[in-house]
Design a protein around this ligand. Structure first.
Ligand SMILES: [Zn+2]
Length: 229
């Protein structure tokens, strides 16, 4: 999870919000179990805007999303607050793993991290990684709740994150081999940028990569040759 800077409300939602919400309220009068219309809150304009907020990643687990796996999640569930069915700030982009979250009665949202509210510092103060495995930072209850609520510790996610770590390691070994060949003890600026790139928020699992690289390859991140050609 990384902090998400939310973009302004999409035009279609500004225009249609009241009409859509009214229709939903009417439907609920007929049938209390009525759900908001996913073709409305999942409108391509809204979807595109959410993807732009998170570089096409799940707001919770940072998996890159493609095609059908992009789901729109109500952060505050409709069952808890039906008035937020079409509220821009309540719509989050999610993979199917994280959208299958534990409900409010099991783990209330305010006892877990919120990528749109919490800063990167706050997120890192509560969750961390041992290689590809996510864990709570210093036993933080908020971290534990977040991992449990959004299923961030599933085997499937461990596999995906493990695969990404092996990809990063391949790149680092390549850089280290070049350093040996050139008899250098430091990476070039370009090589250092290549490593740091994995920590940028547009990359998959960037918080895991940040923790992994800072823990294991700090010496490659700190110093680099200037102006190598
Ligand atoms: Zn996810």
């Amino acid at each position: 999870m990384r902090h998400i800077e939310r973009l302004p409300e999409p035009a279609i939602l500004k225009q249609k919000h009241d009409e859509w919400q009214d229709k939903f309220e009417q439907a609920k009068k007929q049938n209390p179990k009525a759900r908001p219309d996913s073709t409305k809150y999942g409108n391509p304009g809204i979807r595109k805007n959410l993807e732009d907020c998170s570089y096409g990643k799940c707001f919770y687990c940072e998996s890159k999303l493609s095609g059908a796996s992009k789901e729109i999640d109500h952060f505050i569930e409709v069952a808890i607050d039906s008035k937020q069915a079409y509220t821009w700030t309540n719509l989050y982009l999610s993979c199917s793993n994280c959208n299958d979250k534990a409900d409010h009665n099991t783990i209330p949202v305010n006892t877990a991290l919120d990528p749109c509210r919490d800063s990167d510092e706050e997120i890192q103060a509560n969750i961390t990684f041992e290689d590809e495995c996510i864990c709570s930072q210093h036993g933080s209850q908020k971290g534990l709740n977040t991992i449990k609520k959004y299923h961030l510790g599933t085997e499937l996610l461990d596999m995906k994150r493990g695969k990404w770590l092996r990809h990063i390691m391949k790149d680092i070994i390549d850089i280290q081999n070049r350093m040996i060949t050139d008899e250098r003890s430091l990476p070039t600026k370009d090589e250092q940028q290549r490593i740091k790139r994995y920590m940028q928020p547009d990359q998959p699992y960037s918080l895991m990569s940040k923790v992994f690289l800072e823990k294991n390859f700090d010496h490659l991140l700190e110093a680099a040759y200037e102006n190598q050609k």
